[in-house]
Design a protein around this ligand. Structure first.
Ligand code: HEM
Ligand SMILES: N[C@@H](CC(=O)c1ccccc1NC=O)C(=O)O
Length: 286
C-alpha cells in the first residue's frame, strides 16, 4: 500500500464490450437520467425533492411485490415464507420512514421557491402508494379517479381493487386451519374497505391466549400489527414534514393539506388485531 491508495488487482475485469456490467444490469442510464427538475431558474434543492420521492417510489415498488408474494404464500399455506415477506416489508417501511429526515432539511423558504413549478402534481397521485393501501385493505374505488387518463395504471388498480387483500388471504388460511372465521367474512365484497368484524376478535383471542399452540399464526398476527404501526409512522412523519414545510396551506393536489392528511391517521387495516388486546387478561384478571 502506498500513498493511501489500494492496488487494483490485475484480475479485475475492465473489458465489458460484449459483457453485462454494473450499469447495464441495473439500468443506471435510465435511472440516473430520470431526474428532471422543472424550476426555472433551476433551484438547487429540487434534486433533493425529486430523489426523496423516487427512492420512496422504488421501495414502494418492492413493497407491492413483497405483499403480492405474501398473499400468494398465504394462499398456498406456506406461512414461513409469508412471514419472511412480512419481515422484509417491515424493514423497508422503517427505511422509508427514516428517510423523512433528509427531506426535513428542506426549509419552507427553499421549498416555496420552487413549489409553484410543481403545478397540480402531488403524492396523492402515487399509484404505488394506493396499491399498498389496497393490498393492506384500505380499498377506495374513488382513489382511481385521478388515474382516469392513465388506462394502464387505472386497470392495474381496478384489478387490485377486485382482488382479496393480504388480510383476506390470512383469514382464509385461518379458516382452512380450523379457526371459526364466519363465512360472511370469507365471502365479503373485497372491493370495499375493511371494516371491523367483532366476531373475529374471539378467533384472535384463541391464538393470543395460547401462543405456543399457534406460534406461526401468532407471529403473523404480530407482523401485521407491526406493519400497520409502521404505516402509521410513515403517515405521521409525512404529516409533520408537510406541516413544517407548508404549514396549513392547501395542497397542490387540491386537498385541504394537513387537515386531510390528519384524517388518514384514523384509518385502520387490522382493527380486530388491536381490539383483541382489550380482551387479553393475565392470571390476575387484568
Ligand atoms: C415537502 C414535501 C411534501 C409536501 C409539502 C407534501 C404535501 C402533501 C399534501 C398537502 C398532500 C395532500 C394532497 C394534496 O392536496 O396535495 C400530500 C399527499 C401525499 N403525499 Fe406528500 N408531501 C411532501 C412529500 C412527499 C413525499 C416525499 C412523498 C413520498 C412518496 C409523499 C407522498 C404523498 C402521498 C402518498 C400522498 C397521499 C396521502 C393520502 O392519500 O393520504 N409526499 N402530500
Ligand atoms: N402536495 C405538495 C406537493 C408535493 O409534495 C408533491 C409534488 C409533486 C410530486 C410529489 C409531491 N409530493 C407529495 O405530495 C404541496 O402541496 O406542496
Amino acid at each position: 500500500m502506498s500513498g493511501n491508495t489500494r492496488p487494483i488487482e490485475a484480475s479485475i475485469r475492465t473489458d465489458f464490450r460484449d459483457e453485462m456490467d454494473y450499469g447495464s444490469y441495473l439500468g443506471l442510464d435510465a435511472l440516473l437520467s430520470a431526474q428532471h427538475p422543472v424550476s426555472d431558474p433551476p433551484h438547487h434543492d429540487e434534486l433533493l425533492f425529486i430523489i426523496q420521492h423516487q427512492t420512496t417510489e422504488l421501495w414502494l415498488k418492492l413493497v407491492v411485490h413483497e405483499l403480492r408474494g405474501v398473499r400468494r404464500f398465504l394462499d398456498s399455506d406456506d406461512l414461513p415464507r409469508a412471514l419472511k415477506g412480512l419481515a422484509r416489508v417491515k424493514h423497508i417501511q422503517r427505511t422509508i420512514t427514516e428517510q423523512w429526515s433528509v427531506l426535513a432539511t428542506l426549509t419552507p423558504s427553499e421549498y416555496a421557491e420552487f413549489r409553484g413549478s410543481l403545478g397540480q402534481s402531488s403524492g396523492f397521485q402515487s399509484h404505488q402508494y394506493r396499491a399498498v393501501e389496497f393490498l393492506l385493505g384500505n380499498k377506495h374505488a374513488g382513489m382511481l379517479q385521478v388515474f382516469r387518463d392513465k388506462p394502464e395504471i387505472h386497470a392495474q388498480l381496478a384489478q387490485l381493487l377486485q382482488e382479496p387483500t393480504v388480510y383476506d388471504a390470512f383469514l382464509r388460511l385461518l379458516a382452512r386451519r380450523g379457526h371459526a372465521v364466519p363465512t360472511e367474512i370469507l365471502d365479503r365484497d373485497v372491493t370495499q374497505a375493511w371494516t371491523e368484524h367483532p366476531e373475529l376478535i374471539a378467533v384472535f383471542k384463541t391464538i393470543y391466549e395460547d401462543p405456543h399452540a399457534y406460534w406461526e399464526l401468532y407471529e403473523a398476527c404480530e407482523d401485521l400489527v407491526d406493519i400497520e404501526d409502521a404505516f402509521q409512522l410513515w403517515r405521521f412523519r409525512h404529516l409533520r414534514t408537510v406541516q413544517r414545510t407548508i404549514g396549513f396551506k392547501t395542497g397542490t393536489g387540491g386537498s385541504s393539506g394537513v387537515g386531510f392528511l390528519k384524517r388518514a391517521l384514523d384509518l385502520t387495516f387490522f382493527p380486530e388485531l388491536i381490539s383483541v388486546r382489550t380482551e387479553i387478561d393475565g392470571p390476575l384478571g387484568v
